[in-house]
Write a protein that binds this ligand. Structure first.
Ligand code: AMP
Ligand code: GLY
Length: 423
């Protein structure tokens, strides 16, 4: 069969790599793709938001299955456009992708169905939000309602900061229309865990756990980024916690969406915080995490195309989802200065060192081809992943492989996966 993947980051590279393992796949296309994805897929120069052109491409090329990696097209309704044209596509429809697209929606859903999350209020009026802050407990968390490239969350330690935050989000519209509405919620403390899951509208199959390192600097210092590295599994995500989450968070979320007339098919990514009062939902995403996918997919044993098809057909209950009993660590190689100012166009060397080495992967996030060379083309450039028998081994392997790559302004964190020492 022919598969089209939509997206252009490290996550889509990991998806393309995994799809390429499937015995049922003959040909992969990726729109728009990147220089690394081009090893497995024919990259097509159509943007992820050009729904009509993408659907026309899928028809012309008799694509059997389209997989949408990114949040923007999902929230924008790409699945509805494909389905209306009789095309098979993996991902939630617009009315279900709202689980990620609107924080006010997801918080209201959790409140209505008793799914554990931080206490909150939503606001569409800045004055009301400011009045609410006067009596709120600090620190306090402000969230723009809509998609904001993962940057629409402000943690405020003082009333002044919080007031300035409301102004930025709702009045100055720092995150555009994502700030027409906002959520103000209780600050929680605890370990964060990401659990991605496959969902077919009624059945949910959680994947193995992972943890992201979002801050730019070692020791979780510096600015928030799209993610500087991940490890899987999380040693903090115990069997008891998993059982609690399946019963009180995962299945209730799927059931709630179905009850609301918004059956969810695709990936639900649960961003969890393990608080003293038990696990609580920080956020939902409607897609694979990036760079969570780069550690979870290399550990997945089951044919991913079979799972995608089962989600579309509503037969996920018949799938035996298996993960290897090992661990994986992904270290993101970024351009120095990310996430603020950084230079692009640096020649990357050492990519060939990964060829034929089992358990070592280099996923491209921001690269391009220029004059026959592969050059840096973004803040996050590559995700270097390695597996190992346990996290310590995976971590040592990943940091060994980090040294194989060089480019002029290479920057990375030195402590990805090291939190395990505290487990
Ligand atoms: P989100 O995009 O909602 O996952 O938020 C981004 C990050 O902000 C999370 O990964 C947490 O580190 C932090 N965060 C979000 N909500 C809260 C909260 N209620 N309490 C503490 N930290 C939070
Ligand atoms: N790594 C977090 C995300 O994909 O949203």
């Amino acid at each position: 069969m022919k598969v089209l993947i939509i997206g252009s980051g490290g996550r889509e590279h990991a998806i393309a790599w995994k799809v390429a393992q499937s015995p049922s796949v003959d040909k992969i296309y990726c729109a728009p793709g990147n220089a690394g994805i081009a090893e497995y897929a024919e990259c097509v120069a159509i943007g992820a938001m050009e729904f009509d052109r993408l659907a026309a491409f899928a028809k012309e090329n008799q694509i059997d299955l389209t997989v949408v990696g990114m949040d923007d097209p999902l929230v924008g309704g790409i699945v509805d456009v494909f389905e209306a044209q009789g095309l098979r596509v993996f991902g939630p429809r617009k009315n279900a992708a709202i689980l990620e697209g609107s924080k006010a929606f997801s918080k209201d859903l959790m409140k209505k169905y008793g799914i554990p999350t931080a206490a909150y209020e939503s606001f569409t009026d800045a004055d009301e939000a400011l009045r609410y802050l006067e009596k709120a407990k600090l620190p306090i968390v402000l969230k723009a309602d809509g998609l904001a490239l993962g940057k629409g969350v402000l943690i405020c330690n003082t009333l002044e900061e919080a007031k300035a935050g409301v102004k930025e989000i709702m009045l100055d519209k720092k995150f555009g229309s994502a700030g027409n509405c906002m959520v103000i919620e209780e600050f929680m403390t605890g370990r964060e865990v990401s659990v991605l899951s496959y969902v077919d509208g009624k059945t949910i199959k959680p994947m193995t756990s992972a943890q992201d390192h979002k801050r730019a600097g070692d020791g979780d210092t510096g600015l928030n980024t799209g993610g500087m590295g991940t490890f899987s599994p999380s040693p903090f995500y115990t069997k008891e916690i998993d059982e609690f989450c399946r019963k009180h968070i995962y299945q209730p979320t799927v059931d709630a969406m179905a009850a609301e007339g918004r059956p969810f098919k695709g990936i639900i990514f649960f961003g969890l915080m393990l608080t003293e009062d038990g696990p609580k939902v920080l956020e939902y995403n409607a897609r694979f995490g990036d760079p969570e996918a780069q550690v979870v997919l290399p550990r997945m044993k089951t044919d991913i195309v079979e799972v995608f098809e089962a989600c579309i057909d509503g037969t996920l209950d018949q799938v035996d989802l298996e993960f290897a009993d090992n661990a994986a660590v992904c270290v993101v190689l970024a351009s120095d200065g990310y996430p603020v100012h950084y230079e692009k166009g640096m020649k990357i060397e050492g990519l060939d060192a990964f060829r034929g080495k089992d358990g070592y992967y280099v996923f491209h996030a921001g690269t391009a081809k220029k004059d026959g060379n592969i050059v840096t083309n973004g803040g996050r450039v590559l995700g270097v992943t390695a597996t190992g028998s346990d996290l310590k081994a995976a971590c040592a392997n990943a940091y060994e492989a980090v040294e194989w790559i060089s480019f002029a302004n290479k920057y990375y964190r030195h402590d990805i996966g090291k939190a395990i020492d505290e487990a």
